[in-house]
Design a protein around this ligand. Structure first.
Ligand code: GLC
Length: 472
């Protein structure tokens, strides 16, 4: 079996319901041919954080259909040899989840399902603002690393681990091929009584603790699944942390620190920083040869890459598939070269909690409404959550030179050419203005790649005879 796996990510609400997704599968299979499709959460949810505030892990949110629709989707995917990956959001539930409501009431079974303290600590949440909130019902404070509506589960409680083992088994029975694990490295906290490190309140009290690794091992032990981690902590995520996380529990892992260097610090996207190409390319070169690394430049959590980098989508595609790339992940619409949406000037129209929080923070910092909304428009992850024009698929399929056909050809090369698949990487030149030259060598064959993000020179792939294979 090839160790190369291609993942295709679908954010369901940008597509429609589960049946709409099923009808897209033949097209995606034809042009992209992924091994797996990862679906963002479609479970019953309070829908305050785009489905990541789950009320019931084994129920489908009515907006997406019923269990029979999910079974249909699985069967269509099977026809095309595509495995379905679900999003396992286990760091937190919605505050509307029954477990939390019972926990608030001191129910003997559920009272320790969440992190409760009699006084708040000074920890900060990822979306900004304090990470502890008061529950009047319980007269105590609960931890939420994300939004207030997302209380953190207590992974020091074995009953919580058992709940998730059962949830995983439930979906395995329904035929899923694996899971993408949300916030995979911050599940368990330590030292809840301490916690002030100037500048990073709380972070090292929950950042990839030994207990988290044990929990993950227990959850997936002995199961035949494809597991993909989403670890937080961009700049702090070292190779050592990566191996510790992936060794036993995961087949592959993202690293948000490689999405792009300027914009990845703790997801607090309230500053538009210039892209530091030198740092980014160097970082990618260090990570790309890792067999379990999943290279992704787009997701539901970041604005569209061609807009962020102000570059030709084909050059980004070359970067993703011509560097060593064992588990690349394509985000829906990326293969069409989709750009940022023209988002509203009114913050009330933004669906995501994060955009609103960033806006409020900017206003508190003294920015005018116009300045604040201009930054949100550029940096908001809501840019990537807009409906895709799937008619574009048909149009681009017919156009030889389209971005879609470019992706298609590149992926075929990535699948079939031994040098592209397994060649060693040698970096030749990196400039801070966005030029990147590297070689891939296998046995006596060396390919050369020249990428130019500014578009001033042509980006090319040249084979061992000096013949141009690709040029943009
Ligand atoms: C992950 C998801 C993001 C979500 C957060 C909280 O980072 O990718 O969309 O807001 O977790 O669940």
């Amino acid at each position: 079996m090839s160790k190369h796996k291609l993942i295709y990510q679908i954010y369901p609400s940008a597509v429609g319901d589960l049946n709409d997704i099923a009808t897209l599968i033949p097209r995606i299979a034809d042009k992209i041919g992924p091994d797996y499709i990862w679906l963002n959460p479609f479970f019953l949810s309070g829908w305050k954080d785009g489905g990541y505030d789950i009320i019931d892990y084994c129920k489908i949110d009515p907006r997406f259909g019923k269990m029979k629709d999910f079974r249909h989707l699985i069967s269509v995917a099977k026809k095309y040899n595509i495995g379905i990956l679900l999003d396992l959001v286990i760091n937190h539930t919605s505050n509307e989840h029954e477990w939390f409501k019972l926990s608030e009431q001191h129910h003997p079974k559920y009272k320790d399902y969440y992190i409760w303290l009699d006084r708040p600590l000074n920890w900060k949440s990822f979306f900004g603002g304090p990470a502890f909130d008061y529950s009047a019902a319980r007269d105590e404070y609960y931890l939420h690393l994300y939004d207030q509506c997302q209380p953190d589960l207590n992974f020091n409680n074995p009953a919580v681990v058992r709940e998730f083992k059962a949830i995983i088994d439930f979906w395995i029975k329904e035929g899923v091929a694996g899971f993408r694990v949300d916030s995979a490295n911050v599940l368990a906290e330590s030292n809840l009584r301490k916690g002030h490190i100037p500048g990073l309140p709380g972070f090292f009290m929950y950042y990839q603790k030994p207990r988290t690794i044990k929990v993950l091992e227990r959850l997936f032990a002995g199961k035949k699944l494809f597991t993909l981690a989403e670890p937080v902590g961009g700049e702090f995520f070292s190779k050592r942390k990566f191996h510790e996380l992936t060794n036993r529990a995961f087949n592959a892992s993202f690293n948000v620190g490689t999405l792009d260097i300027a914009d990845s610090f703790f997801s607090t996207r309230d500053k538009v920083l210039p892209i530091n190409y030198r740092r980014w390319f160097k970082k990618l070169s260090r990570w790309a040869p890792e067999p379990k690394f999943s290279m992704a430049f787009e997701s539901h959590d970041a604005p569209r890459a061609p807009s962020r980098f102000n570059t030709n989508p084909k050059i980004l595609a070359m970067l993703q598939f011509l560097l060593p790339s064992y588990n690349p992940c394509i985000y829906q619409g990326q293969e069409l070269g989709t750009l940022n949406a023209d988002l509203s000037n009114n913050i009330q129209d933004y669906p995501g909690v994060q955009s609103r929080q960033v806006y409020r923070r900017l206003r508190r910092q003294g920015k005018t409404k116009e300045q604040a909304i201009a930054i949100v428009k550029l940096t908001s992850r809501d840019n990537a959550r807009q409906p895709i024009d799937w008619g574009e698929y048909v149009l681009q399929s017919a156009r030889e030179e389209s971005v879609l056909n470019f992706y298609s050809r590149l992926i075929q090369l990535w699948r079939s050419d031994p040098v592209i698949k397994d060649g060693a990487l040698k970096v030749r030149k990196i400039t801070k203005t966005g030029q990147f030259d590297f070689e891939r060598t296998l046995k006596d064959k060396t390919y050369r790649v020249h990428l130019d993000f500014t578009g001033k020179t042509r980006s090319t792939l040249t084979d061992e005879n000096g013949e141009t294979v690709i040029t943009v």
